[in-house]
Ligand binder design. Sequence first.
Ligand SMILES: Cc1cc2nc3c(=O)[nH]c(=O)nc-3n(C[C@H](O)[C@H](O)[C@H](O)COP(=O)(O)O)c2cc1C
Ligand code: SF4
Length: 648
Amino acid sequence: MNDRLNVLSPLVIGQHTLKNRIVFGPHRTNFAVANRPGDRHVSYFEERARGGAALIVVEGGVVHPSDYPYENAIFAFKKETETGYRRIAEAAHRYGSLVAAQLNHYGGQATGGLSRREVWAPSPFPEVNTGEVPKAMEEEDIREVVEGFADCAARLCGLGLDGVEINAGQNSLLRQFLSPLTNFRTDAYGGSLENRARFCREVLEAVRRAAGPGPIVGLRICGDEYAPWGGLKPEDSRDLVLHLCGGGLVDYVAVEVGSIYSLHLTAASMRYPEDYAVPPARLMAQSLTVPVCAAGSVVSLELAESLLAEGIQLVEMTRALIADPYLPVRSGCGEGEIRPCILCNQGCFVHWEMNPKLTCTVNPRAGREGEMPVSGKPAARSKKVLVAGAGPAGLEAACTAAERGHGVVVYDRRDRPGGRLGLAAKVPGCGRFQNIIDFLYHRALSLGVRFHFGRPADQSAVASESAEAVIAATGSLPSPLPFPVEPGVDFLISEDILEGSGTVGRRVLLVDLEGGRRAVGTALGLAGRVVKLEFLSPELLISPELVPSGEFVHWYREAYQKGIVFRPQLEIVRATPSGLEVIGSYSRKPEHLKGFDTLVAVVPPTPCRGFYEDLQRAGVEVWAAGDCVAPRGLGSAIREGRIAGLKI
Ligand SMILES: Cc1cc2nc3c(=O)[nH]c(=O)nc-3n(C[C@H](O)[C@H](O)[C@H](O)COP(=O)(O)O)c2cc1C
Ligand code: SF4
């Protein structure tokens, strides 16, 4: 470890000393079993403690039965959760990390769908995302919730946790009271700053009374709601925090951003700068005497160091530690040793209907620490292994096999590592994809893996390398078009644009038959090069795959700024030299679209399985990984690459 890094220096908060400045912040995992912290939680947090996180904040525990925000939420108000919380604390303490439980009530941002009762909020107006009209809390309700916070704090600190963090940030009832955006009350809990802050202050006072002076009490606050009207701005939040923190109630303040009109900004995607959330934290650090923790997209040690130099005293590096739990202990070795979080918001974003358990696109062990080893056991016998394909699946497979003692060579038809992900990395705003390619490639080189670029793997390569085992990571190709294209149509597929090999006319009609990021990348690659760009899709909404990660907000804004015209809800019948015949997806009304020079289609990928199947027939030991099994995404590619490397 490098003691010269400020991020590794200790910090006293309240009556405790944190061994460094790195916080693993609270986040939904969906790991709970029967609404209690389970084995998965314990292994997950233990790993981050072993990796060196100074403070682990467990995902928001629900403080009152009026709140049931998501199916696998932890019901901190129930005694049955105590064993799980105690086990997390014991596991983290073994490595010198401190543990705080976040305590929360989602208020109007929950849904009655799970609880089968009304949701509670300051005022009876529909929540902007769910449309659900809450019950305006009565004073008795407020008293009960205050008691809920205090009771949970007392019990959890009594179990051996080092403290609690009170959530008044995104997704919280307390923020809904603090903000004039959601609080329209005319009683003692609405109107002036003091009145809006009253509920939160009562919670903090009750929590401090119940927990005593010893435990850490943190406050999570929204530093900027980015609302079209009435929302909290950094100065408002600073004034609120100054009012709330008086009298030693709070030991640290974690500052995040984003609210009901800006959900996508609480953990922004790679399309935003890494320091996008810092300004309010900076402002608070100038005014507060308690330590301020900056939260939101801090994934590099470089930014962490510069924040500390500015007077911010703690940095939440949540996604960074999901991607590489060992970031703190590896930080002295340089960024090249750290598996980078690419801010893709895919594996770790679990806010969608299927309730997936948290994982990570670049780190297949995330959330599976109890099942998957940190590194594979050394192989019983070192073999000569040929990996076909230097995309993410092939690179991960090569690293894993080499780590286990095999001699590994990688063949790829391209002249560079990364496969199709290398194309994604060239899309404006998606450069972070290159970070994981670079990490895996350099790791493979450092493990002694040899590379042959510009040379597709075939049976003769297998023979000339005397390969005893093969991993096929040959990826995918565009599938055939599902609609007829008559001769004479100027027609390309998205790969021609992304590879830079196709020439388009001045007016382009882009047809997206996939709904994901490749079409967005293709459109952004074309915008600026053409005078007119229309984006057509049979879907109800353009780019539906970008909704769960929140990326659609940035993409839609960019599209409007660049003059890209959206044409959703149109199915293609045929392309003719005189135009495109379409039919309304719902209206069933035929239309003939004209006024474009080049048609560009984004078609779903189809697996390249020929090499794998040939070797199987030839009786060679061969394993398949990534898109050549079935084209899905980067997370599946890396996970299956790891698994293939462990099998040989
Ligand atoms: C332009 C473009 C954008 C892509 N964006 C993503 C993405 O955001 N997330 C993802 O999981 N895969 C994305 N992919 C697909 C992955 O690149 C692909 O599934 C992966 O590289 C397959 O790995 P393999 O070739 O090693 O099997 C994108 C591909 C392209 C060409
Ligand atoms: S899934 Fe993506 S955003 Fe989430 S931690 Fe992993 S790399 Fe980072």
